[in-house]
Structure formats: structure tokens, C-alpha cells
Ligand binder design. Structure first.
Ligand SMILES: [Cu+2]
Length: 302
């Protein structure tokens, strides 16, 4: 090879290597829409995609109205005091210190407001914390710095790393190679720091119970669009549940400061149809060495 060809050959090798590496990542998104994701400069909630999320967002709107009314009332009263009772207009203030009707009002008023809010917020809290009989149970464990998903009924588990993390050949930065990997997985660079190399897969419209724990320090598992967030504490097993309404991709991020790469352990949940879920389950059992419960029963009978 002539010396002048070397850079060309090196470049060809480099891009071939990138392409080969990128092929390691499956197109995990498929043709699913990305529903649960943060937007740049967004201030509103992500679209609600579970009963809990709908109720939470409704509650937030209702409390916001009450807060706004109270804030306006207090600002108005302050304004009245400033205008009517300032030193110039009211040089010699009256010297009384008590007004029983006013004191009763400002004691009873907040109590009534709190009871009113509680009447709506407690049922939502109970809805969230009363874990139903799950159609599917998944255990997730937070590690520094990735998540592991275990499907105990099928005896397999797998890790889920951010695309662009060292485990996927990156260094947490958005390099051209990482962009390629994201595209290979069905994403764009907008999903950098959200997309993972594998995803927790669940069927649409089923009660999913997620057991959350931590392996080393406290992490927190959340999917804002489902209205769920739960700390994963080492040595403890907490639970959350959701029932996803719509097929799609939903993102979350570890929400408990857990160390230097805390920002790089996102969560991807893929909500698919029942048939697609079963097909994925077959592939996952094959790939991660799991078994079907029927097979366990058959093995016991023999
Ligand atoms: Cu974490």
C-alpha cells in the first residue's frame, strides 16, 4: 500500500468499526411513538398515560387554583394595608390587639381549605399506594450507574445502560458514534441521556407492579408520564404500580442523587401490544436464559 493511501484506509477502517459497533444495538424503539419525554424549556407535565398520572395532574390544577386565589387575596390585603394604613394617611394607629371574629376566620378558613384539599388528595395517595394484584411483576434494581430489570416469573434479568455510557462504548458525551448508536436504536440525538440500550418492556392496559430496590446507594425509579416515582433503597423492597394507556416509549431518569454518573442512568419503558409483549418475552427468555412458568410446572411433574 502506498503511504498516501494510509489515511484513507485508516478512515475506512474507523467508519467500518463504528458501523460494526453500532449494529450491536437493536432498533429497540421500533415504530413506537415517543410519548413520555421532557421537552426543552418545557414547564408543563409530560402527557399523562395512566389513571394515577391523570389524577395527579388534575389535583395539581385544582390546588393551583386554590393557591392562586390565596396569593391574590394576601396581595390584595397587603395592598389595602399599604394604601389605607400608611404613616401619612393614618398617623395615629388604633391600639387594639385582638379581633375575635377575624381570628376565628383565619383559623377556621385554612382548616376548611386543608380538609377540602385532603378530601381530593388522600384518595389519589391511596390509589397510588394500594398495590393491586399485578398482571406482571418486575423487579428493578438501581446500580451505580444503571438499572437492572428482573422478570421473576420468567427467571431472567438484564441490565439497561444509557446509550453513550462506558458500557455501550461511550464516555457520556454525544459523539458522532453515539449519534449513530442512537439512530440504530431508533432514536435521534434529542433522546441522548434518555435512551437506553435495552428497555423495560410491558404490555399496554395491564397492571404492572414494579418492585424497586438499590444495590449500592439509594436510587429512584420514575416515569413521569405514569405519575410514579419510588426510591430504591438497598436492603428494602418498595413497590409501585401503573397501568399504561397507550403504546409508546416512556422515559424517566434516576431521581435520587446517587453519585458522579447519577445523570447518566436513564429509564426507558416500552409499552407494546399484548402480542408484541409475548414475542419479546420469547426473545428475552432465549437471550437472557429465562424459563416459562409452564416449563417449570412440566419440570416439576416429571
Ligand atoms: Cu441513581
Amino acid at each position: 500500500m502506498r503511504l498516501s493511501r494510509l489515511p484513507v484506509a485508516a478512515a475506512a477502517w474507523f467508519f467500518a468499526a463504528i458501523a460494526a459497533h453500532a449494529q450491536d444495538t437493536d432498533n429497540i424503539r421500533g415504530d413506537l411513538p415517543i410519548i413520555g419525554a421532557p421537552k426543552p424549556a418545557g414547564i408543563d407535565f409530560q402527557p399523562a398515560s395512566s389513571d394515577i398520572a391523570h389524577d395527579l395532574q388534575w389535583l395539581d390544577g385544582m390546588v393551583l387554583i386554590i393557591i392562586t386565589a390565596i396569593t391574590l387575596l394576601v396581595i390584595g390585603l397587603l395592598g389595602v394595608v399599604l394604601v389605607r394604613y400608611n404613616h401619612r394617611r393614618n398617623p395615629t394607629p388604633r391600639t387594639f390587639t385582638h379581633n375575635t371574629p377575624v381570628e376565628i376566620t383565619w383559623t377556621i378558613g385554612p382548616i376548611v381549605i386543608l380538609i377540602f384539599i385532603g378530601a381530593f388528595s388522600l384518595p389519589v395517595l391511596f390509589e397510588e399506594q394500594t398495590i393491586p394484584e399485578g398482571d406482571i411483576t418486575i423487579k428493578t434494581t438501581g446500580f451505580q450507574w444503571y438499572w437492572n430489570y428482573e422478570y421473576p416469573d420468567y427467571e431472567f434479568n438484564f441490565d439497561s445502560y444509557m446509550i453513550g455510557s462506558p458500557a455501550t462504548g461511550g464516555d457520556y458525551r454525544l459523539t458522532p458514534e453515539v449519534v449513530l448508536q442512537l439512530q440504530q436504536a431508533g432514536y435521534t440525538e434529542d433522546e441522548f441521556r434518555l435512551a437506553t440500550d435495552t428497555a423495560m418492556v410491558v404490555p399496554v392496559g395491564k397492571n404492572i407492579v414494579v418492585q424497586v430496590t438499590g444495590a449500592d446507594v439509594i436510587h429512584s425509579w420514575t416515569i413521569p408520564a405514569f405519575g410514579v416515582k419510588q426510591d430504591g433503597v438497598p436492603g428494602r423492597l418498595a413497590e409501585l404500580w401503573f397501568n399504561a394507556e397507550e403504546e409508546g416509549i416512556y422515559f424517566g431518569q434516576c431521581s435520587e442523587l446517587c453519585g458522579i454518573a447519577h445523570a447518566f442512568m436513564p429509564i426507558t419503558v416500552k409499552v407494546v401490544s399484548e402480542a408484541e409483549y409475548e414475542a419479546w418475552l420469547d426473545r428475552a427468555i432465549e437471550e437472557y436464559g429465562g424459563t416459562r412458568p409452564e416449563a417449570q410446572t412440566a419440570a416439576l411433574v416429571e
